[in-house]
Design a protein around this ligand. Structure first.
Ligand code: FMN
Length: 314
């Protein structure tokens, strides 16, 4: 269950001198703790961005410009931040964005994130490139709300297999990420010569997939390098078009959202192609530079009906 702010604050105050050790209290402190705990490769993989980080910085600056002018003297004893998404009520208007390869950060990888999301009641969007498979993750979440994110593979049979598995494992929506069909030019990762997939991280869904495995000359347990290369090539789907999106929608009965839209015209096209929602995002500036995340939102709001949703991240 989500704790209210007072409960969390009181835990700090009532713990006296121990308070400071409980948890970091600011984003900056979390960042510093991660920097101390992790090796340069994993830290920079999460902290870094495309190019020299200009888009990441622009995202942060744009976010700082949002202002709230609150109204006073309202009874705020009962505060309700809940929203209903595709028929499910969630306590806060927040979802956990898909973040791949959690094994570079924690030995339980996505299981740890999934357990935390379930406990907090925050929906979890599991990445296609998770180290633990979608079935393992579902296994620790009980009935908690989860969506599956797909980097649409080139192979239609593999696409169908991922969708079928996600439905069977209780994921209730599909998020198609369309903004990273090619690896970004990431200066920190290049300097560290660090791409976690090459060590087999982030391959949980691929390596456990019967269709993927049947296309390999040798199983991943015998030739990991070849299996990883094949998976990366599937994900680098430069052929992806709106027609492919239509194909995916036809293969699943779940709501399909599109992630990575920033241009208003693309938002309109997405609606015309029947998406149930748009996640306006430039991948946190991590995949390609110079994407403007805000303009897509407005166009989608103008055109969308009641059944469609817009979310936004960096
Ligand atoms: C380490 C890392 C891994 C990510 N992995 C994925 C992924 O697998 N799939 C995806 O759609 N987005 C991925 N993203 C992008 C995030 O989902 C999100 O769009 C981005 O972090 C911007 O949101 P933020 O501003 O809240 O960080 C990743 C981002 C980071 C930093």
């Amino acid at each position: 269950m989500t704790k209210n702010c007072e409960e969390i604050q009181m835990r700090f105050y009532e713990s006296g001198d121990e308070g400071a050790k409980l948890l970091p209290v600011s984003f900056h402190e979390w960042e510093e703790r991660a920097r101390k705990t992790l090796a340069a490769g994993p830290f920079d993989y999460v902290y870094g961005a495309a190019g020299a980080g200009d888009t990441l910085r622009a995202n942060l600056e744009a976010f700082q410009k949002y202002q709230i002018r609150p109204r006073m003297c309202c009874d705020i004893t009962e505060r309700d931040f809940s929203v209903t998404l595709f028929g499910k009520k969630i306590p806060l208007p927040i979802l956990l964005a898909p973040i791949g390869v959690n094994s570079i950060l924690h030995s339980d990888a996505e299981l740890a994130t999934a357990r935390a999301a379930a406990k907090a009641g925050v929906p979890y969007i599991l990445s296609n490139v998770s180290t633990r498979s979608m079935e393992e993750v579902a296994g620790v979440m009980g009935d908690a709300l989860r969506w599956f994110q797909l980097y649409p593979p080139k192979n239609h049979e593999l696409t169908k297999s991922f969708l079928k598995r996600a439905e069977a494992a209780g994921y209730s929506a599909i998020v198609i990420t369309v903004d990273s069909t090619l690896l970004g030019w990431r200066e920190r990762d290049l300097r560290n010569a660090y791409l976690p997939f090459l060590a087999g991280d982030g391959m949980g869904n691929y390596f456990s997939d019967p269709v993927f495995r049947s296309g390999l000359d040798e199983p991943p347990e015998q030739n990991m390098k070849a299996a990883v290369k094949k998976a990366l090539s599937e994900g680098n789907n430069t052929h992806f078009t709106w027609k492919e999106l239509d194909y995916i929608r036809e293969q699943t009965s779940l709501p399909v959202l599109i992630k990575g839209i920033t241009h208003p015209d693309d938002a309109i096209l997405a609606v015309e192609h029947g998406v149930s929602g748009i996640i306006v995002s430039n991948h946190g500036g991590a995949a390609a530079g110079r994407g403007d995340r805000y303009s897509g939102c407005t166009a989608f709001r103008l055109r969308s009906g009641e059944g469609q949703r817009t979310c936004s991240d960096g």
